[in-house]
Design a protein around this ligand. Structure first.
Ligand SMILES: *Cc1c(COP(=O)(O)O)cnc(C)c1O
Length: 475
């Protein structure tokens, strides 16, 4: 889950030792696993129950983030287990190049219907990264197969401080200076990046939302002009910025303004909802709150709730029509595409979200989470900004609240908060993020509780968050 990996290598020694201690840091040369931090052994999770993860030493960790905003129903829902069992007894795998299967059909129909028919087909993959890669290839193919092909459309525009996946193609579209650095020379050269919508730091004190949005749209327009407007294939953006920038919802009118720029020049709009979609923000699709419909949309994390690896690309009717009249085939396929067991699991997860009426709960508990975070932390001298939507919230830390000066990256503040949370006396898991300002500076943690979370659990989360922050950053 590379979008929030802390860079332990950058931390001063004392903090590394502390972080390692909190992570149970026994060096384990017997392990066959290449851990993310190769010299450390992370906590070993042996079971999960509701919003808790349980380690082999019996520590019950409050999973306040569903991992990477994945386990939206919490852990161990027997109804999903049954759906998986049932599918296993029918068929566990068939190759999508030759066959379809009922589980994939059912899930795809559900997904298409859930958009009110605005997206007309689904391409089911096994990971969010794969869905993003598929969206980029689909966009290129679309322009090749228009009645008058536009093969010159080879450029993508995306946003700074964004995350779109970790393979070379998706990493090229994403933007995080630190994460890209090692691979910069092998990343695609046909991608450029415009500013994020980040009012806390980038909106001027005397600027209205309208002016700020207009300025961002102008920046996109200028980038189209710089590249040559008819050379741009697509603009790629997370509907709501996720772990890299830290839960930044789009300002009113922002995505609409960006889409207008794309339409003016005939480019596609790709919305990456891998993290923010499938209910996380209170509507099944995050774009439903924005008065825009994307041409291509990626979904993943909450789709299968972690019960199986699954993701998807949703495709707008006009793109499907173009390919149908063109070659009649998407020039892309994957071995585990439309995997029946994953599809059965995801379909059941989605039905549970409906049956248990969880989207209203996301909105209600999200409002409660927001209220409590503001009550407890607004006055903290090192909490600069609290922002989010639905059950997806970030707390940005600053060294100086007045000037918004961030902590030096070498202090690894977000990572220290995360590590402290995992200590037995706190037992809560966050998603830490750094580099949100410019790829190097900036610290935040994200919260993303399960959709079926309760008022009591929200209170417990905010209690623990507050204590951890006081522990690490003072009162
Ligand atoms: C997590 C994420 C991805 C990558 O998904 P994987 O399943 O980790 O491959 C892509 N885009 C966004 C916005 C994400 O948050």
């Amino acid at each position: 889950m590379g979008d929030y990996e802390p860079d332990v290598a950058d931390l001063p020694t004392a903090q590394i030792t502390e972080a390692k201690g909190a992570l149970n840091g026994v060096s384990n040369s017997e392990s066959g696993v290449l851990y993310r931090q190769i010299r450390q052994t992370p906590l070993n999770i042996v079971s999960g129950r509701g919003s808790y993860l349980i380690t082999d030493t019996g520590l019950e960790i409050l999973d306040a983030t569903c991992g990477a905003a994945v386990s939206c129903l919490g852990h161990n829902d027997k109804r999903v287990h049954e759906a998986i069992q049932e599918q296993l007894q029918k068929v566990s795998y068939c190759y999508s190049v030759f066959f379809t299967n009922s589980a994939m059909e059912r899930l795809s129909k559900f997904l298409v219907d859930s958009t009110g028919g605005k997206m007309s087909r689904a391409f089911i993959t096994a990971s969010g990264t794969e869905a993003v890669e598929a969206s980029l290839k689909m966009a290129v193919q679309y322009f090749m197969e228009l009645p008058t092909p536009q093969p010159q459309r080879v450029n993508f525009i995306a946003r700074k401080q964004s995350y779109h996946g970790n393979t070379l193609g998706s990493l090229s579209v994403g933007h995080h200076v630190g994460r890209r650095a090692l691979f910069e020379k092998v990343l695609a050269k046909n991608v450029s990046h415009v500013s994020q919508c980040y009012p806390y730091r980038d909106m001027k004190p005397d600027e209205t939302v309208e002016c700020y949005v207009g300025r961002l749209a102008q920046e996109l327009e200028d980038e189209f002009q710089r590249l040559g407007p008819d050379t741009v294939c697509a603009f790629v953006a997370e509907t709501m910025a996720g772990a890299t920038l830290g839960c930044m919802p789009p300002l009113p009118g922002y995505l609409k303004a960006m889409k207008e720029v794309c339409q003016r020049h005939g480019a596609l709009l790709i919305l990456d909802e891998v993290m923010s979609g499938m209910g996380r923000t209170g509507t099944l699709h995050a774009w439903e709150q924005e008065d825009v419909v994307p041409d291509l949309q990626t979904i993943a994390k909450g789709l299968g709730g972690g019960y199986a690896p699954i993701a998807g690309l949703l495709i707008n009717q006009h793109v499907v029509d173009t390919l149908t009249k063109g070659t009649g085939a998407f020039a892309h396929s994957l071995t585990y595409q439309g995997h029946p067991v994953s599809c059965a699991a995801a379909y059941r997860v989605q039905k549970i979200i409906q049956e248990d009426n969880l989207l209203p709960n996301v909105l209600e508990m999200g409002a409660y989470l927001s209220q409590l975070l503001h009550e407890k932390l607004d006055d903290h001298p090192h909490v600069g900004d609290i922002r989010g939507r639905g059950l997806f919230w970030a707390i940005e830390f600053v060294k100086d609240k007045q000037t918004k000066e961030p902590y030096p990256p070498s202090q690894g503040v977000a990572w220290a908060v995360h590590a402290s949370g995992l200590k037995p006396e706190h037992a809560i898991s966050f998603i830490p993020g750094n580099g949100g300002i410019d790829g190097i500076n900036g610290d935040h943690v994200c919260l993303a509780p399960a959709y079926n979370t309760t008022r009591a659990e929200i209170e417990l989360i905010v209690d623990r968050v507050t204590r951890v922050i006081q522990d690490v950053l003072g009162q």
